[in-house]
Design a binder for this molecule. Structure first.
Ligand SMILES: Nc1nc2c(ncn2[C@@H]2O[C@H](COP(=O)(O)OP(=O)(O)O)[C@@H](O)[C@H]2O)c(=O)[nH]1
Ligand SMILES: [Mg+2]
Length: 583
């Protein structure tokens, strides 16, 4: 302020000086005019004054300059001061700004510190909590350890007692098994012995039968010769009779007396063959009895009716027996037929013309009896069982098992029953292919393993498959084997046992006649047979197997195979069979 005041006053001073200079100029102008008037003294004075004025002007000029310079300087100083002031102002602002920023930063810091503090607090709390948790966890673990220890001890104890029990059981089982094994061994030995004895017996019987057959053949030939001879003799006798008749008539006419009786008897006698004469000779006691009868009785009974005794019956039966044997009828069946006939004929009064008829009648009845067995409704059995029904087909090679199984697939399908087939004939190379072809043709699932694998395992797999797929029947095709092969029979036994076979079907070849019967007997004895199918009945002309198999093993024939097509399986029908046998 002081500076500004000084500044102002300096300016005014300069102005006054200026004015004074101007004044002086005017004065000098006037003075110049005056000077023209010329007065020496005056002139001197004026010059003096002029000089003085000039000096004063110069001085004023100098002062003005100095004042101006001073003003200029002052101005510059003012500018400098303003500059400094501005600078100071700026610095002040800067400082203010800085202070503001500092205070904000400080505020932020405080805030951060506050936050950190709270975080720290939180962390501390968390730490405390964790420690607490840890402590708890440790306690829990300790508790768990204790519990585990206890449990372990308990388990150890339990295990010990359990093991003791197990050991005891195992010991008991081992003892039982041992006993069982011993028993089984004993049984097996006994069975073996029995089988051997039976085999020997059978062999003896077979030899005997063969000898008998030979003998019979000889006898048959002899008998035939005799028969021819007898026929010739009968012819002769007839001629003789005719001659005698004529003679009798002649004698009747000639005498009509005595000798009549004797001539009649001799005529009757002549009527019989030599054989019959022999028979009647043996019947002497009966003859004595006959003599008590009235004459008429005697004549008519001797003439029309005849009592056939055992030996005469055997004679009579002979031809039939040979015929039955030739037609493959089993000896057991022939024996039954003979018994039936004996009962109806021996010691019965039968007209000699009725003998043939009676024999035929009794034979028919006897065979009808043999073929009448309790029927088994296999389809019903299958439908009644909830689980898969297992049928094992057994029999020797080539008897027709595989073909019959194929027919069975079709038969079951026709009756709305589903089935799966097990290729348990792992023995023969072509067996699997043969069965596969049939199964493919008939859209039936086939379960198979490799050749030579375990037959029972294949069957077991098929049963599992049937269970899973809800299939009604499992058909098991087994390998054919001779009943004399013990190993293979054991294997077959295993198949039947493992599958828990619901029905074991024996397949017999009709053509093999008595062999089929023998096989059926053996299979039934060794593995148990539930029913029979006789294959190839269409090409069997003898019928012996059909008549005999069922009777010998006392099991029903369920079906007959009547060809090689899938539909060639017929339910057993006694009427059809009797018809085919011509009975
Ligand atoms: N004529 C006829 N042949 C049959 C019959 N059953 C089976 N066969 C034939 O007998 C032969 C053996 O049959 P197969 O089923 O292979 O016997 P497997 O060895 O017991 O399985 C085959 O050629 C069949 O075609 C049948 O009922 N009638
Ligand atoms: Mg086969």
């Amino acid at each position: 302020m002081k500076d500004e005041v000084t500044e102002e006053s300096e300016k005014e001073k300069a102005k006054e000086v200026e004015k004074e200079i101007e004044k002086k100029g005017f004065f000098s102008k006037i003075k110049d005019k005056f000077s023209k008037d010329d007065n020496s003294e005056e002139k001197e004075k004026i010059a003096k004054e002029k000089k003085q004025a000039e000096e004063e002007g110069k001085k004023a000029e100098k002062e003005k300059k100095a004042a101006e310079e001073k003003a200029k300087k002052k101005e510059e100083e003012k500018k400098q001061r303003e500059k400094e002031k501005k600078k100071a102002e700026e610095e002040k602002n800067k400082a203010k700004e800085l202070a503001k920023r500092k205070s904000e930063e400080e505020k932020k810091k405080t805030e951060e510190i506050k936050q950190l503090e709270s975080k720290r607090k939180k962390a501390e709390e968390e730490k405390k909590r964790l420690e607490k948790d840890k402590k708890k966890a440790e306690e829990d673990r300790k508790k768990a350890d204790d519990a585990k220890k206890k449990a372990d001890e308990a388990a150890k104890k339990a295990k010990e007692t359990e093991e003791k029990k197990k050991a005891k059981k195992a010991q008991e089982k081992a003892e039982a098994d041992h006993l069982k094994l011993e028993k089984e061994e004993k049984l097996a030995k006994e069975n073996e012995k029995r089988l051997k004895e039976e085999e020997e017996k059978l062999e003896k019987e077979r030899q005997k039968a063969e000898e008998d057959k030979k003998l019979l053949e000889k006898e048959k030939k002899a008998a035939e010769k005799e028969k021819k001879k007898a026929e010739e003799e009968e012819k002769k006798a007839e001629e003789e009779e005719r001659r005698l008749d004529e003679e009798r008539k002649q004698a009747e006419e000639e005498a009509k007396i005595a000798e009549k009786k004797k001539g009649f008897f001799s005529r009757l006698k002549d009527k019989f063959t030599k054989k019959e004469e022999e028979i009647e000779k043996k019947e002497e006691p009966e003859k004595a009895e006959e003599e008590k009868k009235s004459f008429l009785d005697k004549v008519t009974s001797t003439f029309t009716k005849k009592s056939i005794n055992e030996s005469k019956f055997n004679d009579l039966f002979w031809d039939l027996e040979v015929a039955l044997l030739e037609n493959n009828v089993a000896v057991k069946v022939i024996d039954k037929i003979k018994d039936d006939l004996r009962e109806e004929i021996v010691d019965k009064q039968i007209s000699r013309f009725e003998v043939e008829e009676t024999i035929l009648k009794v034979l028919k009845k006897s065979i009808r009896d043999i073929l009448t067995f309790d029927k088994i409704d296999l389809l019903k059995k299958i439908k009644d069982k909830k689980e898969p029904f297992v049928i094992c087909f057994v029999g020797v090679n080539g008897s027709g098992k595989t073909t019959t199984i194929a027919k069975f697939m079709r038969y079951l399908h026709n009756n709305d029953i589903t089935c799966v087939v097990a290729a348990s004939d792992t023995f023969r190379a072509a067996a699997l292919e043969q069965l596969k072809t049939h199964a493919d043709n008939l859209n039936v699932k086939l379960i198979k393993h490799d050749y030579g694998s375990d037959a029972a395992a294949v069957a077991f797999d098929a049963i599992q498959y049937a269970k899973q797929k809800n299939i009604d029947v499992v058909l098991v095709d087994t390998a054919g084997r001779l009943h004399s092969n013990t190993n293979l029979m054991e294997e077959l036994k295993k198949v039947v046992r493992v599958t828990k076979s619901d029905f074991t079907m024996f397949i017999g070849d009709s053509l093999t006649g008595n062999d089929a019967v023998e096989q059926a007997e053996k299979y039934d004895e060794l593995i148990g047979v539930d029913g029979i199918i006789l294959a190839k009945a269409d090409i069997d002309e003898k019928g012996g197997a059909t008549i005999s198999t069922s009777y010998v093993i006392n099991k029903p024939i369920l079906y007959l195979g009547t060809g090689q097509g899938y539909d060639d399986l017929e339910e057993f029908d006694i009427e059809k069979v009797m018809d085919k046998l011509g009975l």
